[in-house]
Write a protein that binds this ligand. Structure first.
Ligand code: UGA
Length: 443
């Protein structure tokens, strides 16, 4: 099929590459000419395992192209995806200016039946607004062209994006048009080989499904962080509690890892946006507010532990940081807990020596050159001249370090394990003080 995708961010680029991989002819449109040029030269703007080869291969074979020209791209696509950003505006609601801008562009150029698909995470009711925006542009042109707007949210995880896209758990098609549903069923047929993963529903339910999924996952995390905060006050180890409850299949082991708080471009934004949506229709979503507020506090947790260790005297101290990205296998620093920690340490007069396998450039792009931040090329290099070590992101490379070597490099032998990666006894055996999240002895 011929497919057009507006937006070459995470969702747009991965979706475009995967649809091309399945044999479709895909044109990706972006307003950033530099980015389009780099993509055409095979440069991938994000670190995402497995993405580069499929982008390069499909671009070379002509299945995938990039352009800044909307008109020919709209003429190309039988299906046109909207996968542009929905950043939070001042009050936390999703800002739809990019989505509606693309909708107007589609209306301004479309001249045959087109299925317009909302792939961006958008508030309930956006399909209607996209439909109106397209219709009003068509009316301005005085033409009558049939089209359908479908809500087809994306559920990919950064770091596993290609895999999630090629082998989705479910494909949500939100539409009441049989014609559009038929087109999308055909497009997604190759993703459905072994069993049909398609769930068809109305647009609004599809839009809410996306928020409900992210809000449920964020709730699990905040719930577990809350249990961790109770555990450390009552002298229990939340890691044992986690294993104890995860064994119940109704609860499950996924997304119950306590830590330094959730980050990324989705959970913080989507929980807030859903709360605002609820408020907008007269419902006070108390649980969502609590999920957000627990996470907000959790992001200061590591700083509090470090500060307490030094009796609040952080000026002149150097903290080694392992992990900067909001989670492993990405270079994404959006809402990363490392940022809260570094900024609090700097405000208290401490210095940071940080290592992350992928996010060093992104960190430098955000913070620039500054005297209180050294971005190191290796994990142990970050320990050189540092007082203590804090782990913020659970990259595999940090899972079984040489504690004796850590002990020999640190001036103050203490490890602040923001992701509960280590066995406290093993750390202490090497002569290091251990601080974890919700592990009895942290307070
Ligand atoms: C999330 C969802 O998992 C995807 O299903 C969804 O499609 C995506 O948002 C989106 O809306 O686009 P992502 O933001 O890439 O994906 O990252 P996650 O793997 O969900 O992690 C989010 C945060 O939660 C990370 O900071 C992670 O460290 C934290 N987390 C995760 C925990 O603190 N504990 C856990 O048990 C799991």
């Amino acid at each position: 099929m011929k497919v057009t995708i507006f937006g070459t961010g995470y969702v747009g680029l991965v979706t475009g590459a995967c649809l091309a991989e399945m044999g479709n002819h895909v044109v990706c449109v972006d307003i950033d000419a530099g980015k389009v040029e780099r993509l055409r030269n095979g440069e991938i703007p994000i670190y995402e395992p497995g993405l580069e080869p499929i982008v390069k291969r499909n671009h070379a074979s002509g299945q995938l192209d990039f352009t800044i020209e909307p008109a020919p791209a709209i003429a190309h696509g039988q299906v046109v995806f909207i996968a542009v950003g929905t950043p939070p505006d001042e009050d936390g609601s999703a800002d739809l200016k990019y989505v509606l801008g693309v909708a107007r562009t589609i209306g301004a150029h479309m001249d045959r039946y087109t299925v317009v698909v909302n792939k961006s995470t958008v508030p309930v009711g956006t399909a209607d607004r996209v439909r109106e925006a397209i219709a009003s542009e068509l009316a301005k042109r005085g033409v009558s062209v049939e089209f359908d707007v479908v809500s087809n949210p994306e559920f990919l995880k950064e770091g596993d994006a290609v895999e999630d896209c090629l082998r989705p758990d479910r494909i949500i098609i939100g539409s009441s048009s049989d014609r559009a549903i038929g087109v999308l069923r055909k497009l997604y047929a190759p993703f459905n080989r072994n069993h049909d993963r398609t769930v068809v529903m109305d647009e609004r339910s599809a839009e809410l499904t996306k928020y409900a999924a992210n809000a449920m996952l964020a709730t699990k995390i905040s719930f577990m962080n809350e249990i961790a905060n109770i555990a450390e006050r009552v002298g229990a180890d939340v890691e044992l509690v986690r294993q104890g409850i995860g064994s119940d299949p109704r609860i499950g082991y996924h997304f119950i890892y306590p830590g330094a708080g959730y980050g990324g471009s989705c959970f913080p934004k989507d929980v807030q946006a859903l709360e605002r949506t609820a408020r907008g229709v007269g419902y006070d979503a108390r649980l969502l507010g609590a999920v957000e507020s627990v996470n907000h506090d959790q992001k200061t947790k590591l700083f509090e532990l470090i500060s307490r260790h030094f009796d609040g005297q952080l000026a002149g101290k150097t903290i080694a940081l392992w992990g900067l990205a909001f989670k492993p296998n990405t270079d994404d620093m959006r809402e990363a807990s490392s940022r809260n920690l570094m900024e609090a340490l700097w405000a208290a007069g401490a210095k940071v020596r940080a290592f992350d396998p992928e996010a060093r450039h992104e960190t430098h792009r955000i913070y620039g050159d500054r005297g209180d931040l050294v971005l190191c090329e290796g994990a142990y290099q970050a320990l050189d001249g540092a007082d203590v070590l804090a782990i913020v992101t659970e990259w595999k490379a940090f899972r079984s370090p040489d504690f004796v070597r850590i002990r020999s490099l640190l001036a103050e032998p203490a490890v602040f394990d923001g992701r509960n990666l280590y066995d406290p006894a093993a750390v202490e055996e090497a002569g290091l003080a251990y601080y974890g999240i919700g592990r009895g002895r942290s307070l």
